[in-house]
Design a protein around this ligand. Structure first.
Ligand SMILES: Nc1ncnc2[nH]cnc12
Ligand SMILES: [Zn+2]
Length: 358
């Protein structure tokens, strides 16, 4: 935890997390537990450096990802221990407990249907487990939860279209079982516009859309997501800071950018947290939230991301108030929920000022 004078404020600040992959919350501990429960021999995984010998070795290997591709390989291996609805429920509920401990009041959680259906695990099994976890967590804690099925780029257009159709046919977009459509995976495999047909179908059905862009790819990928896919949100997109016109567009359209500073450093896209576009976005009025991405793989949750940003940028309480309120405004939840969340943020900020005598 950081030693900053704002640390207490950052801990108590009500948080919205918009960029967390539920499969990325699979800790080595849970991975080994589920493998044992499902009779999966982890040492048989096709890999030559033997990290699946035990939890400690796997944890150590997670400390040395060499690229997005290297990370995605481990992320994909990890997902293969998820078999039953109970597995998905345990994974998601475990994350919600942690999120609650860090004062996450609203969580929008990506999941990758194709990673599971391609292994013979049905979409309905995945949803059953995730829905139970959501219901339990919303009953146990003051947290609102939304799920976002995520296209995996490296599975191609046909597979993405099938996934979109399955979620649509289940009625899950219409009944708000899921809050929108996302896209992740290896960004450099296909440019955003390659997936235009799926996003066109989603947008014409009134479905909210977002996409991972400008993580590994150029600023033009961010522009393409906004223009061609008509996403109202972009994930990562740290590269936008290099394109002044794009920054203006993001600000004018109130597009939320879901930043993941520790993820970007861990995977080598930026050299340090200080290179995250925090100051530029605040100064240019670009809306953003601060998120964990894959907390179990990067070893850090949302609170640690808040602390890392504070240590690098020495922000003011007013900056954090802006960040927290913008995160609420950019959330995919009801206006009533936004009102409650904004009141919670305002109350924490004013209590903090009162305690400081400021
Ligand atoms: N950081 C990331 N980039 C692309 N795809 C992902 N899937 C999970 N985490 C991801
Ligand atoms: Zn991500």
């Amino acid at each position: 935890m950081c030693k900053d004078k704002l640390h207490e404020l950052l801990v108590t600040l009500p948080k919205c997390e918009h960029h967390i992959h539920i499969e990325g919350a699979l800790t080595p501990h849970l991975l080994f537990k589920l493998a044992a429960r499902n009779n999966i021999d982890l040492t048989s995984i096709d890999d030559h450096d033997g990290p699946y010998a035990n939890e400690e070795q796997l944890q150590a290997r997670y400390g040395s990802f060499t690229s997005l591709t290297d990370f995605i390989r481990y992320f994909s291996f990890g997902s293969t221990v998820l078999i039953t609805a109970e597995d998905f429920e345990e994974l998601a509920y475990t994350y919600f407990v942690k999120a609650h401990e860090q004062n996450v009041k609203h969580a929008e959680v990506f999941f990758d249907p194709q990673a599971h259906t391609s292994r013979g695990i049905t979409y309905s099994t995945v949803l059953q487990g995730l829905s139970r976890a959501k219901q339990r967590a919303q009953g146990d804690f003051d947290i609102s939860i939304a799920y976002i099925p995520c296209i995996l780029r490296h599975h191609g257009l046909q597979s993405a279209t099938r996934m979109f159709q399955e979620v649509t046919d289940a009625g899950h977009f219409a009944e708000n079982t899921v809050a929108g459509l996302g896209m992740a995976g290896d960004e450099l495999v296909h440019p955003p516009e390659y997936f235009k047909p799926v996003f066109d179908a989603a947008r014409s059905a009134g479905i909210r859309c977002t996409a991972h862009v400008g993580q590994a790819g150029p600023a033009t990928f961010v522009s393409s997501a906004i223009e061609n896919l008509r996403t109202g949100r972009v994930d990562h997109a740290w590269i936008a800071k290099t394109d002044s016109q794009l920054m203006q567009r993001l600000a004018e359209t109130n597009t939320l950018v879901t930043l993941c500073p520790i993820s970007n450093v861990t995977l080598g896209f930026i050299g340090s947290i200080a290179e995250a576009p925090i100051r530029e976005f605040l100064d240019r009025g670009v809306r953003f939230s601060v998120n964990s991405d894959d907390p179990a793989y990067f070893g850090k949750y949302v609170q640690e991301n808040f602390c890392a940003v504070q240590e690098a940028f020495n922000l003011s309480a007013s900056d954090w108030s802006t960040i927290a309120i913008n995160a609420v405004e950019g959330s995919w939840c009801s206006d009533e929920r936004k009102k409650v969340l904004k009141q919670q943020v305002a109350a924490v900020i004013s209590r903090w000022h009162a305690a400081q005598g400021t």
